[in-house]
Write a new protein. Structure first.
Length: 43
């Protein structure tokens, strides 16, 4: 629906990205970019 589409197209805030990175397991497998979550949690 139009409402669902509008909801999916909302910009993601920096705070939401930071929250997601900090909640991720630091020892998980590396991503497609070759970096582990631990790298992003420290930098």
């Amino acid at each position: 629906t139009r409402e669902e589409n509008d909801h999916l197209n909302v910009a993601v805030s920096d705070a939401t990205i930071e929250w997601a990175m900090l909640k991720s397991e630091s020892d998980a497998a590396r991503g497609p970019d070759g970096f582990a979550n631990e790298f992003f949690q420290c930098h």
